[in-house]
Design a binder for this molecule. Sequence first.
Ligand code: PHB
Length: 398
Amino acid sequence: MNAKITRRHTLAAFALAATALSPFAAHAEDVVKVGVILPMTGPSASTGREIAAAIKLFQAQKGDKAGGKKVEVIIKDDTGVADITKRLAQELIVNDKASVIAGFGLTPLALAVAPIATQAKVPAVVMAAGTAIITEASPYIVRTSFTLPQNTMPIAQWAVKNGIKKVVTLVTDYGPGIDAEKTFVATIKENGGQVLDSLRSPLKNPEFAPFLQKAKDLKPDALFLFVPSGQGAALMKQVSERDFAKEGIKVIGTGDVTDDEQLNNMGDAVLGMITSHNYSADHDSPENKAYVAAFEKANPGLRPNFMSVGGYDGMALIYAALDKTKGDTNGTKLVEAMKGMSWTSPRGPISIDPETRDIIQNVYIRKVEKKNGQLYNVEFSTMANVKDPFKAAKAAKK
Ligand code: PHB
């Protein structure tokens, strides 16, 4: 026998035994890896910053154990580019052996990983993106953020109730914006209202001025707005410069526009703006008061926004699923465990629809007000347990 080979085998066997017996090395099977992919840099960096902070807070508060295992979170920056999201998802699953992937700051990024989640049978928890169709792209996708139809329907109904007849819509030209536009337009038309124009601004290098001028010239009763988190301040600066109120035009929208992370810097011109959304840092509940205080203590100068709760609740869902499977990381079992789960989030009561794997949650109508010298979205009306209306309509047709 070749002595060299024998020696190498012996060494290899020794190394293997040493690793297995070492009291210092955490056993691989005792660690569950959660691969979180977020835009930590680039135009959507605020989404990454908010979600990463919320995940850290969750683990600081609840510890790193779930289902008897150590939960290790690996955060990767996709810079908001879908090809990078895809590559990172593959690397996290194949090289790092992640049992769950999560994050996804924009719709195209969530859609890019759907085929990977399906093929690898690994749960993908969407903590941010909001186009309705996302959960239909893979049976392994579960969402803890929101959908745009869900968040838009209440403000459209509010507009109808408040005598708004003629509207113009201005949304960002991609999945969530188109969902918001469709929902708003349908509700207005169903109630005898008139849509004077539906304008769309590009996602990259957004230019609002020509659209806002056009909207103003059309003299609607209301202008409905949607832009993704991070673009609200730039949009509202241009809105304030045009004084729509003077023309008798109400400016309304989804809460993405009056995003808590940027709201306080938007200035008094946004005072009184009405929006509907799933989360406000001002939400009046003991859970939210504790959440905001802990978040702000851990991240001085940063207010938690709706993206942060998507991340916080995403972690709560992953922990609860691992507890339920007693640490079994089989992806199909984890998704089954997530279906139908319900708990109290800082945003209010939430659950995962067992049929669609999408979130069911309250949507609130809010008004921008000043409290202790700071601007907040103050909730004044609640639509309870809202299901994604697109999926509810599909289910009704079946
Ligand atoms: C999305 O890309 O789905 C998205 C991003 C930011 C939002 C809403 C939706 O505020």
